[in-house]
Design a protein around this ligand. Structure first.
Ligand code: WTA
Length: 688
């Protein structure tokens, strides 16, 4: 079949299956773009200039040569980069020893390294006075600049404070702080003494925080008294107090005064400003085994409680350093504005580790995209002269609605690259980013990756400035990443223009090492769905030229404004309501959030409480027990759910109804009671 016709058929098929993707793809002249880009990509000269490590290899002339080397001889490729980009306390003996079938991931074996030395100490001689962090506070115009020297002092004093109060190598330390210099210092202070940090997004509820503390058996929490975000006061300490009351493993809570206000202190609490001021500014950095855990970060899966994804030292640091430099084509002294919170992996890899490992200047954004008005991002870009912006599609979609005038009134000439991450970037948002925000001067870099992958795996032009960019897709695998698409039988899909389950065939240094305390779950989740492959849980289409476009999750994980949420997590909360017998949660296309939350709820017999009350209580419960973004957008009461005879909920039907596209429900004959489908559709029509 001729290329464009086949592309069209496949995409049409996908559109009909996936309303969200359909919306994304239909918004542009897709086939024409693909054909144009493919021609110029093949013709473009590709250089390796930014990889001095390979300058003396005459057979490596192109980006493609280098990519092939990274796949075929990963030990040579990553070994050279790890040695030249990082400072090791002891060189590694072997580059890698991995076995994907059993989830055994080892990089830079027997090497010793310290993350804080690599992020801070080694820059001091040359760049001590360079700005490391720009703290963009909630109120515009109040930014603070922290040099590498300043950061070094903070990290040393904080690590001495931890040590003096009994925190040891291998201990887990929960950090419940907003994006601010003390949070970065806390992360690096942990790494300095070999403690494992577990940053918990400071918007999570006390219950979510307690669950994460308990799972990690963390004895130490670092938090602040209060904070303001979007003009609203956040009582962080109170949330931590409530969490600590449920987590008896906690022995000490360091409280930093971010705001000049008194909060009640308890017997476990240690005033962090005070103990830091009394601590020495020099703290020895512990050389850590490359394979020891650097940090853990909780993320949602399709089943069960959130997983403590654990990353190791050598592998993660190498991958964060190299991806930061080459995905964004970062040049010395540029200002990097990744506006994510440190509570997510994006904040770990591209607010903290990637930039600091490269001696870059990184922005810590503590406000919201619309505070005090929808011009906030662009006013910040102008004031801080940001060169690289890295944000989420959901923010773009939100700001786009406010119109161009909020953008054009600010000077954006400092911008050079425009990145995004977290969810599929739709055409409209892509074009607005490229044409209005970037005035058609800047590349738009859609990056695909996950908490588990440690760093970016698919992005348009890793260090290849001549390669063209397709609209709205991450496109090209990064060095060392060998993506494959598998069909449901586990067969590799060889042809282009096909969609399948996105898996990765070979190990790479950034990949997570385990799920904290549950290696079996790690193996079952990522390596057993398709033996011998890393399973991402995402679907993708591969276009001619080997360019990947992500179609969204294929499992029961929702992606709400770029935040992962397991449907099971939300159902567990809803089911705890005294009036609820059962619930089923699915995603539906949402203009701003990408995906909204739709809950079907069966009430117990004889419930007389008003439905409005129950809806409001259910929303409150999800906010309290999970986070505010976990509140269902739509709640539909139903007398039953579409279940197969074996009792499995047919979520496909619930998703279609939630998306108001119930014309083509497919085969429903295997349902125990097919008549429930009509009832569900009628009730849906009443509430939308
Ligand atoms: C989704 C965020 C489409 C995907 C770094 C993935 C994306 C999940 C993209 C991971 C993208 C991330 N296009 N979808 N460019 N980037 N995703 O762990 O479903 O918070 O599996 O890591 O976000 O989310 P996580």
């Amino acid at each position: 079949m001729a290329g464009p016709v086949r592309i069209h058929n496949i995409l049409s098929n996908l559109w009909s299956k996936n309303a969200k993707l359909g919306k994304i793809l239909q918004a542009g002249n897709w086939e024409g773009e693909i054909q144009r880009c493919l021609r110029s990509d093949i013709a473009s000269a590709i250089t390796t200039t930014s990889f001095p490590e390979f300058d003396s290899s005459p057979q490596l002339n192109s980006h493609l040569d280098l990519y092939k080397l990274s796949l075929e001889k990963p030990d040579i490729f990553w070994g050279k980069l790890a040695r030249s980009r990082l400072t090791w306390s002891k060189d590694f003996d072997r580059v890698s020893d991995c076995d994907l079938s059993n989830g055994l991931i080892k990089w830079f074996i027997d090497g010793k390294i310290n993350a804080s030395v690599n992020c801070v100490d080694r820059h001091l001689d040359k760049y001590g006075n360079r700005v490391a962090l720009i703290w963009e506070k909630d109120e515009p115009g109040q930014e603070e600049y922290i040099t590498y020297k300043d950061l070094s002092l903070l990290v040393n004093k904080l690590s001495n404070s931890l040590k003096n109060h009994g925190v040891k190598r291998g201990d887990r330390v929960a950090i419940y702080l907003p994006c601010c210099p003390i949070a970065v210092a806390a992360m690096l202070a942990c790494t300095r003494i070999g403690a494992i940090h577990s940053v918990v997004f400071a918007g999570f509820s006390s219950e979510a925080l307690a669950g994460r503390i308990l799972d990690a058996r963390a004895e130490t929490v670092i938090t602040a008294n209060e904070d303001v975000r979007g003009g609203k006061l956040l009582n962080l300490k109170k949330t931590v107090d409530d969490a600590v009351a449920k987590a008896s493993c906690v022995k000490r809570v360091f409280v930093y005064d971010l705001l000049d206000r008194q909060v009640p202190m308890n017997k476990l609490d240690i005033p962090l400003n005070k103990v830091m001021s009394e601590s020495s500014g020099e703290s020895e950095a512990v050389p850590m085994d490359s394979l020891e855990s650097l940090f853990m970060l909780y993320t949602s899966g399709s089943t069960g409680k959130p997983k403590g994804i654990t990353h190791s030292h050598g592998g993660y640091l190498t991958y964060a350093a190299v991806t930061f430099k080459h995905v964004f084509d970062y040049k010395e002294e540029e200002r990097f504005g990744c506006l994510a919170d440190i509570g997510w992996i994006t904040g770990h890899s591209y607010v903290v580790y990637g930039p600091l490992l490269n001696g870059a200047t990184t922005v810590l954004f503590s406000s919201t995209p619309t505070y005090p008005d929808p011009g906030r991002y662009w006013e910040t870009v102008e004031r801080l002269k940001i060169n690289h912006l890295y944000i989420a599609p959901t923010a773009l979609r939100l700001l786009l609605k406010g119109g161009d005038s909020w953008v054009t009134k600010y000077n954006r000439s400092s911008l050079r690259k425009l990145g995004c991450v977290g969810e599929p970037l739709n055409h409209e948002a892509f074009e607005w980013y490229r044409d209005v925000i970037g005035e058609k001067r800047c590349d738009v870099i859609d990056t695909w990756w996950q908490t588990e992958t440690g760093g970016i795996c698919i992005a348009p032009r890793p260090s290849n400035p001549d390669a063209p960019i397709y609209p709205a897709m991450p496109m090209r695998p990064f060095f060392g990443i060998d993506p494959v698409l598998l069909d449901s039988a586990g067969q590799v899909i060889e042809e282009d223009n096909a969609s399948g389950s996105l898996c990765i065939k070979r190990p790479w240094p950034g990949m997570a090492q385990t799920i904290y305390g549950d290696h079996q779950r790690y193996v079952e989740t990522y390596y057993q769905p398709f033996a011998g492959y890393y399973y991402t849980g995402d679907g993708a289409v591969r276009h001619p030229g080997g360019y990947y476009q992500i179609t969204g999750r294929m499992d029961d994980v929702l992606n709400v404004s770029g935040h992962r949420l397991g449907t099971g997590e939300i159902e567990d909360v809803l089911d705890d309501h005294h009036a609820v017998a059962e619930s089923a949660v699915v995603g539906f296309p949402h203009d701003i959030k990408g995906e909204g939350i739709y809950a079907y709820v069966i009430l117990k017999d004889g419930v007389s409480e008003s439905r409005e009350n129950i809806i409001s209580e259910l929303r409150q419960m999800t906010k309290k027990r999970l986070a505010s973004y976990a509140q269902p957008d739509m709640i539909q009461f139903t007398p039953g759910l579409p279940k197969t005879r074996s009792g499995k909920i047919m979520r496909r039907i619930l998703r279609k109804v939630a998306a108001s596209s119930s014309d083509d429900l497919g085969d429903i004959s295997t349902l125990a009671d097919p008549s429930i489908v009509d009832v569900i559709i009628k009730n849906h029509d009443k509430i939308v």
